[in-house]
Design a protein around this ligand. Structure first.
Ligand code: DGY
Length: 319
């Protein structure tokens, strides 16, 4: 039987590419240069499956006509880079990779939280530049983490994993907002009525809601003004959840103490006004970037497209 034709838009871990090459008629992006819109369009027109990532923009226009692909097997849990309504209208199934990146992303949120609180970025820059003059009682003092309050916005898998780490690892109080009632947690946590309620009491606010739609600029000037001046904002969710211009203004006005950001609205562009600040820690979208996790994400995509081509329901179908 002819193997389904599959186009992979970026380099994937070698183990996963090998598995894809074995099971499918797979085309890889050996140069790892993001595909242009016309190349994505050609992929949709020529392949049975296209396997994109967060660095691909798949807006409605790409689904307007001449499509052969039956499935988009997204490499990643977030899919706000895909217009899933347009994909569904064009008869294309869309899948994602939930679950396997929960721990890696939660670990990275804690990395940012600790780096912000303990001024680790500043310290490393100082040492590397040869400016460290030695230990002294007042040097680079940060904020205590143990016993503080973590505020989670979006108490799904990753939000819960962050909260659990904060509760068990750092004895923190956990408050959270979620649009659904969350029950059955294995640690103490208080669900509050609004995002604003969380912002008003948390020492650290960690964002774990999806991007796009009504969450675009969820954290805007008004909400930033509700944060405590000692508080830090952590974002490992999606860049568009935070109004970056408003964040820079709020930091200038000292409405919050700092921010730890792994995601940005116009990646890989990051505003110079953020890059120059010492009160922000910025990382290049590393949330799921462990070898184990990236392999597991790739294998999950393979599971999804395999079930699709076998005529069964893919386990992680989102459209
Ligand atoms: C995801 O899975 O959505 C991540 O942001 C990509 O690592």
């Amino acid at each position: 039987m002819k193997k389904p034709k599959v186009i992979v838009t970026r380099r994937w871990p070698l183990e996963v590419e090998a598995r894809l090459a074995d099971a499918f008629d797979a085309t890889f992006n050996r140069d790892d240069i993001p595909l242009e819109q016309d190349e994505l369009s050609a992929a949709l027109a020529g392949a049975d499956a296209v396997l994109p990532t967060v660095s691909d923009r798949l807006g409605a226009r790409l689904f307007e006509g001449g499509i052969k692909a039956g499935i988009l097997g997204n490499f990643g849990v977030g899919y706000n880079h895909i217009d899933i309504a347009a994909a569904a209208a064009a008869g294309i199934v869309v899948t994602n990779t939930p679950g396997v990146l929960t721990d890696a992303t939660a670990d990275l949120a804690l990395t940012l939280l600790l780096m912000c609180a303990r001024r680790a970025g500043e310290g490393e820059r100082e040492l590397r530049s040869g400016k460290w003059s030695g230990w002294r009682p007042t040097h680079l003092c940060g904020t205590h983490v143990t016993g503080k309050t973590i505020g989670i916005v979006g108490m799904g898998r990753i939000g819960q994993a962050v909260a659990r780490r904060c509760h068990f690892g750092f004895g923190m109080d956990v408050v959270f907002f979620d649009q659904f009632a969350v029950t059955g947690l294995d640690f103490r946590a208080r669900q509050l009525g609004t995002v604003d309620d969380v912002l008003a009491v948390a020492d650290f606010v960690s964002l774990h809601c999806p991007g796009g739609g009504e969450n675009v600029h969820l954290i805007n000037a008004e909400r930033l003004a509700r944060m405590r001046p000692e508080a830090f904002l952590i974002n490992t969710a999606r860049g568009d959840v935070v109004d970056e211009v408003a964040l820079i203004e709020a930091l200038d006005a000292r409405q919050l103490a700092g921010a730890g950001l792994d995601v940005f609205k116009f990646e890989p562009q990051v505003p110079m006004a953020l890059r120059e600040r010492d009160d922000v820690v910025i990382l290049p979208h590393l949330g799921s970037a462990t070898n184990e996790t990236r392999i597991a994400m790739g294998m999950k995509v393979i599971e999804n497209i395999t079930t699709f081509f076998e005529g069964r329901q893919p386990p992680d179908r989102v459209a």
